[in-house]
Design a protein around this ligand. Sequence first.
Ligand code: ZN
Length: 151
Amino acid sequence: MASKPKPYSRDERSPKPLNERVSKYMRSNKSKNTKPEILLRKALWNAGIRGYRLHWKKAPGKPDIAFPGKRIAIFLNGCFWHRCPKCNLSLPKNNRSFWEEKFSRNVERDQEKITALENENWTVITIWECELKEDIRTQVDRIRNLLATST
Ligand SMILES: [Zn+2]
């Protein structure tokens, strides 16, 4: 019986990860100052892009990066937690129903944030962690182009 996973309780806490891959992803579940976020901020800085706010509370959904003057909001999504359509990572094998519920809540919440921002005339960009890892320049260009064309 020792190997049987404990049933999860229906609160916000995740069950203890049972393998290294899951626990690695779970460790990366910090909402602020994640590694991809720091990388992107550094790249924006190097590209001379300034004037953004981090986790700006005045914008709906507190986007990771917000350019208030241009009403441009950027979400930087971890592929595991936000269910990147490109990566399509498999669900952890244990506590499946917990994960399904948790992930669908995350995806739902992401969509709600985008809708709330768009309703207030924000332009929203979602950047996936894998896109950033693959080619950070392309993402910086994407932001730069949008800034240049927004009034
Ligand atoms: Zn991905």
